[in-house]
Design a protein around this ligand. Structure first.
Ligand code: 9L3
Ligand code: MG
Length: 130
């Protein structure tokens, strides 16, 4: 049996805030906010996938940190959250997948209209931001 598809999500932290990206698609997720990321490709490590997805979706270079939170079951497979920090460049929504970005402080994390899977890591994000 094939292993479940892993989807990585990036808790990109800068100046005590975490980056949230507003999805445009699929329709069920449009308008909701997520930690940017996507499917790990064949032959790629999770950290490599985080770096690639941040380059593709945000146009920025990142340094990957640690894994946080527990694995989350999603329709696409299993979602795993990795921390990261900016190495170079200010994030911009580069892919059609996102309509906007916002930096979220610890006190604002719970009030964000997250996609269902990402809502489950709110407490971990608050802890991460201190
Ligand atoms: N997904 C959920 N939360 C996230 C990410 C990055 C992804 N933080 C879900 C949305 C899609 C699937 O995982 O159903 C694949 O992600 P993408 O390749 O559409 O970003
Ligand atoms: Mg994505």
């Amino acid at each position: 049996m094939a292993a479940a598809q892993v989807v990585v999500a990036t808790a990109l932290v800068h100046d005590g805030r975490v980056l949230a990206a507003r999805r445009t698609r699929p329709p069920a997720l449009a308008g909701l906010w997520e930690l940017p990321g996507g499917r790990v490709e064949a032959g790629e490590s999770e950290a490599e996938a985080v770096v690639r997805e941040c380059r593709e979706e945000l146009g920025t270079a990142v340094v990957v940190g640690e894994r946080i939170a527990t694995d989350l079951r999603i329709d696409a497979g299993v979602l795993r959250v990795h921390t990261a920090r900016l190495a170079d460049g200010a994030p911009q929504p580069r892919a059609l997948e996102h309509a906007g970005l916002r930096w979220v402080a610890a006190g604002e994390v719970a009030a964000v209209d997250w996609v269902g899977a990402d809502r489950a890591v709110v407490a971990d994000l608050v802890a991460l931001l201190g």
